[in-house]
Design a protein around this ligand. Structure first.
Ligand code: XUL
Ligand code: CO
Length: 437
């Protein structure tokens, strides 16, 4: 018997439905701004929180009693049971995509050769599941942070032998992602940073990391992978300081190593807030720097200063996020990956479904709200008008580099310029967000 045998296929039933196992807003084929909700959201279930995490925390053991025994040694048989349950769930939810790390899905291994063997074994089976269900891989990634060898980092480890292990995992998972038709390959540098600056050579570590990313990009072209390479920013946790602290920092790193046209970002809500940024700031910044890739959707708890990875549940909060996604032209290869976990006390199979149904419905509602803002055009019209001086003759001459600092200063004196403050209309614009709900 399958683990989710009692759960039906989740259907759209509309806003009046009281069925907790139905979508009330996510109507996959509904057209919004000429594109289906499915194609706008490109949402994914993540393997790690949903199938590999046992429900433990730093004070307590796992609470989830699943047939594939998360948290215990993984045999090929258990990996297979987990794979079947995962694809059963993706299929029942109607999830268009999923994401996974190598070690989330594969059986245990120790040396580099057994790693390759076990990864190949699960990827063979996964290929069959993709063909059977039509669910696609949004992105693959390698876990370069859980194994003790990575305690001092992967690419930024002081020991080149650890760098070599990381290279083996990443080239293997890039190959697996390519073979499975994945749309992106993600690198989250969980331990690419330091616990104390006293034992750390930042310059050396950044050069190692730059070299690693350059090798990843070269490898992408070598194997003919045409998906995007994405870095996932996070400021800290588990390290005290992570080099990829936010989108702007990642851009500076990419520029330094000449990778800004090759690598984009995978922005995570709870990572943005940990960095002291708003989620929408990160997306608008990535749009502005032309490195917007994909999104890990979740939320933090404003009371707690750590990465709680909860499912999103707030439509007004997500409306600006969705607005900037749409304004940037929507996803190309990216999507919304639910990098979110149920709470430790949510021990039942249906809790996994409630979490995803709620999250998807919140995204659908935010999409509808953001689309109405785009259609009305008032927000974008206001911003355009606010900067309209830069399209005039003087503004254009300044920005195109035709004038020196002296010439621009002289212009102020000659014209006797006395500009007055103009309303930024913040409260009115905030009202527009609320009225779009
Ligand atoms: C950790 C995190 C990771 C990445 C993939 O905070 O978000 O799960 O998304 O390694
Ligand atoms: Co993430």
């Amino acid at each position: 018997m399958s683990y989710f045998a009692d759960i039906p296929k989740i259907a759209f039933e509309g806003g009046q439905s009281t069925n907790p196992l139905a979508y009330r807003y996510y109507d996959a084929d509904r057209l919004v701004l000429g594109k289906s909700m499915r194609d706008h959201l490109r949402w994914a279930v993540c393997y790690w929180h949903t199938f590999a995490w046992p429900g433990n925390d730093i004070f307590g053991a796992g609470t989830f009693d699943r047939p594939w025994k998360p948290g215990e040694p993984v045999s090929r048989e258990l990996a297979g049971i987990k794979l079947n349950a995962a694809f059963e769930m993706f299929d029942k939810l109607g999830a268009p995509f999923y994401c996974f790390h190598d070690v989330d899905a594969m059986a245990d291994h120790d040396d580099p050769a057994s790693y390759t063997r076990e990864l190949d074994a699960i990827v063979d089976k996964m290929e069959g599941k993709i063909a059977e269900t039509g669910v696609s891989l949004l992105w693959g990634t390698a876990n370069l942070f859980s194994h003790p060898r990575y305690a001092a980092g992967a690419a930024t480890n002081p020991d080149p032998d650890v760098f070599a292990w990381a290279a083996h995992q990443v080239r293997s998972m890039m190959g697996a992602t390519h073979r499975l038709g994945g749309a992106n390959y993600v690198l989250w540098g969980g331990r690419e940073g330091y616990d104390t600056i006293l034992n750390t050579d930042i310059g050396k570590e950044l050069d190692q990391f730059g070299r690693f990313m350059t090798m990843v990009v070269e490898h992408k072209h070598k194997i003919g992978f045409d998906g995007a390479i994405l870095i996932e920013p996070k400021p800290h946790e588990p390290t005290k300081h992570q080099y990829d602290r936010d989108t702007a920092t990642v851009y500076g790193f990419l520029k330094r190593y000449g990778l800004e046209d090759e690598v984009k970002v995978n922005i995570e809500a709870n990572h943005a807030t940990l960095a002291g940024n708003s989620f929408e700031h990160e997306i608008a910044t990535a749009n502005a720097l032309d490195i917007m890739g994909s999104i890990d959707i979740n939320r933090g708890d404003p009371q707690n200063g750590w990465d709680t990875d909860q499912f999103p549940n707030n439509v007004p909060d997500l409306t600006p996020v969705m607005y900037y996604v749409l304004q940037g032209g929507g996803f190309d290869t990216g999507g919304f990956n639910f990098d979110a976990k149920i709470r430790r006390q949510s021990v039942d199979a249906e809790d996994l479904f409630y979490a995803h149904i709620g999250g998807v419905d919140v995204l659908a509602r935010a999409l509808l709200a953001a689309a109405s803002l785009i259609e009305a055009g008032e927000l974008s019209g206001f911003v355009e008008e606010r900067y309209s001086g830069w399209s005039d003759a003087f503004g254009r001459k300044v920005i195109s580099g035709e004038m020196s600092l002296d010439q621009v200063g002289d212009h102020a004196v000659e014209q006797g310029l006395m500009p007055k403050p103009k309303s930024g209309r913040q409260e009115h614009l905030e009202n527009l967000i609320n009225r779009s709900q």
